[in-house]
Design a protein around this ligand. Structure first.
Ligand code: NAD
Length: 286
């Protein structure tokens, strides 16, 4: 199988923009597609700024930055993705939207091209069912912020070919990441282990075991975590945490994964974390 040279990224938001930046920096021709012209323009402006800063800080030469820019195309025409050896989808976390995107990619791309999804909670097998090539559909789960975080969790759907898994692992490593495989069960590995711990921290707070800053301090100092679970929940978004707990409860058919009532209550109150200025902690700037 030829190595991957051309990458298509679908969705130019927080994750898609980061994935495209890392791919182009690693020498891959990268086409970023979004349905929103504003989002594409924002993505390009962010890349330009980050590349200029990398040159300023001498992490990259001006020639390297210019070559990286030349490898990036920003498009709102879906057909421009047709030359991609792999399409990496990073659109909103909505099964119906993803199913539509995968059905359209399946029509556009030739049978040997790979379709990957960056979903954090939707079943790869379910997404693959929207295509006629489930054996070429795989999860490629990057972490935020993509240029900084080393891991790509590579998730095999029920039908994913071993050859596709290997090519995606090789691709992730060529992008400077460490790729680790997992199978398609709710939450994969990362969220299956992380989210119940965060949820438990909310229970500990709700039951008065300790105050949030003490829960976080105990976990930081006692377990050597760089960030406490409640601070991390604010960073991820409390709505996202509650949603992923619901996915675990449904997918693993076990109520012990239900979101803590206090977590739900904060979401209902609009206290979603960093993005709303207040979650567990107050992040509002004076
Ligand atoms: P985001 O909201 O920042 O970006 C989503 C982008 O998708 C937007 O620019 C939107 O215009 C675009 N979009 C919507 N519908 C589209 C379509 N049909 N075709 C093309 N583009 C479309 O979201 P994000 O945080 O980048 O998340 C993207 C995916 O990555 C989600 O599946 C999410 O679960 C997953 N993910 C997110 C994180 C994170 O920390 N943010 C981490 C890992 C995985």
């Amino acid at each position: 199988m030829p190595t991957i040279k051309n990458v298509g990224v679908i969705g130019s938001g927080q994750m898609g923009g980061g994935i495209a930046q890392v791919a182009a920096t690693a020498g891959l021709n990268t086409t970023v597609f979004d349905t929103s012209a504003d989002a594409i323009a924002r993505c390009q402006a962010t890349h330009d700024k980050l590349l200029a800063r990398a040159v300023e800080k001498e992490r990259m030469t001006a020639d390297e930055a210019k070559a990286t820019k030349a490898r990036l195309s920003y498009v709102t025409d879906f057909n421009a993705l047709s030359g991609s050896d792999i399409a990496i989808e990073a659109v909103v976390e909505d099964s119906a939207v993803k199913a539509k995107v995968f059905a359209a990619l399946d029509e556009l791309l030739t049978a040997d091209q790979i379709l990957a999804t960056n979903t954090s909670s939707i079943s790869i097998t379910e997404i693959a069912a929207a295509t006629k090539r489930p054996e070429r559909v795989i999860g490629m789960h990057f972490f935020y912020p993509v240029p900084v975080m080393k891991l790509v969790e590579v998730i095999n759907g029920l039908a994913t070919d071993k050859d596709v898994t290997q090519r995606v692992i090789d691709l992730a490593e060529s992008m400077g990441k460490t790729a680790l495989p997992a199978n398609d069960r709710a939450g994969f590995v990362s969220n299956r282990v992380l989210m119940p711990m965060i949820n438990e921290a909310f229970y500990a707070w709700m039951e008065g075991v300790a105050q949030p800053e003490h829960i976080d301090g105990i976990m930081k100092l006692g377990c050597n975590f760089p960030m406490g679970p409640l601070r991390l929940a604010d960073f991820i978004g409390l709505d996202t945490c509650a949603h992923i707990m619901d996915v675990l409860a449904e997918g693993l058919n076990n109520d012990r994964y239900r979101p803590c009532p206090l977590l739900r209550q904060l979401v209902t109150a609009g206290r979603l974390g960093d993005k709303t200025g207040r979650g567990v902690f107050d992040h509002a700037r004076a």
